[in-house]
Design a binder for this molecule. Structure first.
Ligand SMILES: C[S@@+](CC[C@H](N)C(=O)[O-])C[C@H]1O[C@@H](n2cnc3c(N)ncnc32)[C@H](O)[C@@H]1O
Length: 275
């Protein structure tokens, strides 16, 4: 079992263990859409060794394998690892912490992390771990959500929380979710951890998330998320109801036929380790 070092990481770990069963059906239709961009920007090619950090149910690993690369997935949630092993039995998935990777230095050609960095208590440590396990000339690629002003779907939830939530509830505080969302700050952070800042690719991609009901987004955050779910779980029922209604109103703006098509934007970032 992974040893968890701090309160925020413990909170995240408990959360992912709890929601692992829901993650695939609730979020994968969204997070998987960014994988082709990530794989493409990181230039994954046949025979490359690829580490998929915070792998969840293993979609990045599966996409890398389809290209002929040799993936390994790592996640600190044993439940996620069990699901990944069940869905993709031909791939190696192991339990481990992104902030203390259980691999020798210079083991991989690529390290990828799809929507993992924003869940970490020490994202810089995860960057330095990625740097260590990469071979010289390798690349580190990751995705993170864009800030609400650039991300319509994220803005719906953010605005509803800002308007109606009590933010002074007792929930473990982690680093800003958007710590790497500003391009030059991101470059500096990667440089501090040894990467070649000049090589950084920083793309913003927007996809369409097709959901069945106006309530889907709220329910996804409440029932299959971790960080926002922790905040929602600590609200009074009146506040929770107001957040739900505001989120539903936001989603209704994106009605298309009998569905709702929400634009969701994320940054795809890739940086090299010099040879
Ligand atoms: C939003 S999910 C992303 C899953 C997957 N990468 C995807 O593409 O959908 C975040 C994942 O990060 C994992 N995670 C969070 N903190 C971690 C840590 N410190 N070490 C390893 N995995 C972690 C969670 O268990 C969860 O599976």
């Amino acid at each position: 079992m992974t040893r968890i070092e701090d309160e925020f990481a413990r909170f995240e770990h408990e959360g992912w263990q709890r929601v692992a069963d829901n993650y695939d059906s609730v979020w994968s239709s969204l997070t998987r859409q960014f994988i082709p961009y990530l794989i493409d920007a990181a230039q994954i090619a046949p025979a490359m060794s690829v580490l998929d950090v915070a792998c969840g149910p293993g979609y990045v690993s599966a996409a890398a394998r389809q290209l002929g690369a040799i993936p390994t997935g790592v996640d600190f949630s044993s439940e996620m690892v069990a699901i990944a092993n069940r869905i993709f039995p031909e791939i190696d998935f192991i339990e481990g912490d992104a902030q203390k990777l259980p691999f020798a230095d210079a083991s991989f050609d690529r390290v990828l992390m799809n929507f993992g960095l924003l869940h970490l208590s020490r994202p810089e440590k995860a960057c330095s771990e990625a740097f260590c396990v990469l071979r010289a000339g390798g690349k580190f690629g990751f995705t993170i959500w864009a800030e609400p002003r650039e991300n319509p779907g994220g803005k719906i939830v953010n605005d509803a929380i800002e308007a109606h939530a009590d933010l002074n509830v007792d929930v473990p505080q982690g680093p800003s979710k958007f710590a790497y969302a500003e391009k030059e700050e991101c470059r500096k952070a990667l440089q501090r951890n040894g990467f070649d800042g000049g090589s950084m690719i920083f793309q913003t991609r927007c996809v369409e998330w097709n959901v069945p009901t106006p309530r889907y987004l709220f329910e996804a955050e409440r029932d299959a998320g971790v960080r926002t779910a922790g905040l929602l779980a600590r609200q009074t029922s009146d506040r929770l109801d107001a957040i739900m209604r505001a989120t539903e109103d936001g989603v209704r703006h994106y009605a298309k036929g009998d569905r709702f098509v929400i634009p969701m934007a994320a940054h795809v970032i890739v940086v090299s380790k010099n040879s």
